[in-house]
Write a protein that binds this ligand. Structure first.
Ligand SMILES: O=C(O)CCC(=O)C(=O)O
Length: 387
């Protein structure tokens, strides 16, 4: 079932894939040993069909409501928005899934319980938001002092063509690199390595060490691929904002730097105790973040403010239809692109900004930012390039 190849780049891995099936029936000494060695493991269908259907139904219900909140048809909304975080706070059906998954996460951490960092869904649609999630390590984006793991399942079969996960065996032992900019969808691995694709059956649970390098390709099949993902930590995890003071979860923290995370926002499932299990220290004070997605909102805000001669925040400017019309007018005058295309990009930017403000939902592929960048560069020939 897994497909492996020797490659430093995703393109190369596509040329040399071979099949090697490894799926474990339960979280036991054998699967934990596999996880500790490879940095990932697949557990066979731990969730019932009913639970998976509930997760999918809850996601549909949530996205219909969120689209209505923004004021766009859900089909348009799903062309732009592809990631929803903190689902457990939105619908109890998501929390029930967490309760099923938590004991497996705890077993893989070699602890009696596990602390939730956050849960999320990433959706790829052939006729909607779709794209590459580039090679990255997860815990480089987490404002906490321990590594952990993520659990990942899809309610439908996810073959290679549906944007399955791809991993690098053993890369959780490579240490911590700088956080990858998701606007660089061709980001390369830091070293040549054997990559493994993980096509899975509906409900198979992939467990991924938070330092394991992984990516996923776009879906090329009609339909929707939703992946339910949960990030888990040891109970004894402390707040460490120097890693990622920009991450949205910072807003949920009520403790001071160096203190154990607050249980109300980061609840513990299972029994306390056991220390930090098999996790590593996750203090990354020297990481740098240049350009790309990390400064995108600020850069685009400056550009839009200049266009509209205003100092208001980007989201407020974009939420006003009259402002959007003026932006389209000005960009079209400067020959950015055909008027219909400019209108489309400006609307996508608005849906993206409004969704983040209202629901902390976003386009995980950063597509509206990239599209705006291209438009702005064409209109201004880079004369207003941000610093
Ligand atoms: O679901 C995907 O396509 C990618 C998931 C991922 O990279 C992550 O959760 O960190």
């Amino acid at each position: 079932m897994q497909q492996t190849s020797d490659a430093a780049a995703p393109e190369a891995s596509a040329r040399t894939a071979t099949a090697t099936p490894i799926v474990f029936d339960r979280a036991d000494a054998g699967s934990v040993e596999f996880f500790n060695r490879n940095g990932w493991v697949v557990l066979r269908k731990p969730l019932s069909r009913a639970r998976m259907d509930d997760v999918e139904d809850a996601w549909r219900y949530m996205t219909e409501n969120f689209a209505a909140d923004i004021g766009v048809p859900v089909s348009r909304y799903l062309e732009v928005i592809s990631q929803w975080r903190n689902l457990w706070k939105v619908d109890p059906r998501f929390e029930l899934a967490l309760r099923d998954i938590a004991p497996l996460a705890a077993a893989m951490l070699e602890l009696p319980g596990a602390r939730l960092f956050h849960d999320h869904i990433i959706c790829k649609m052939h006729a909607g938001a779709n794209g590459v999630v580039p090679w990255h390590q997860d815990s480089m984006y987490w404002p906490v002092d321990r590594t952990g793991l993520s659990t990942w399942f899809t309610p439908q079969d996810t073959p290679v063509e549906r944007g399955c996960l791809e991993v690098v065996d053993g890369s959780h032992l490579w240490g911590a690199s700088e956080p990858v900019d998701f606007m660089q969808d061709d980001a390369r691995l830091p070293r040549a390595a054997r990559t493994t694709r993980l096509p899975v059956k509906a409900g198979d649970l992939i467990v991924l060490h938070s330092r394991t390098w992984h990516r996923s390709a776009p879906t090329s099949k009609p339909g929707t691929r939703i992946a339910h993902i949960v990030l888990w930590l040891p109970r004894e995890t402390r707040y460490w904002p120097p890693n990622a003071d920009w991450h949205p979860t910072n807003a949920q923290v009520t403790v001071k730097q160096g203190e154990v995370l607050n249980d109300d926002e980061f609840p513990v499932f299972g029994a306390p105790g056991g220390g930090v299990g098999n996790t590593h220290e996750n203090k990354n004070p020297t990481v740098t973040r240049t350009g790309g997605m990390f400064g995108a909102t600020g850069r685009i805000q400056t550009q839009v403010q200049r266009l509209l001669n205003s100092r208001e925040p980007l989201v407020d400017l974009l939420c006003d239809q009259a402002n959007r019309n003026r932006i389209v007018e000005k960009m079209s005058e400067r020959g950015a692109s055909a008027r219909a295309d400019v209108t489309d990009v400006v609307e996508r930017l608005w849906i993206s900004a409004a969704s983040f403000r209202k629901h902390r939902s976003r386009n995980v592929f950063c597509a509206p930012y990239t599209e705006w960048n291209q438009l702005h560069a064409a209109a201004f020939n880079n004369e207003n390039r941000p610093n």
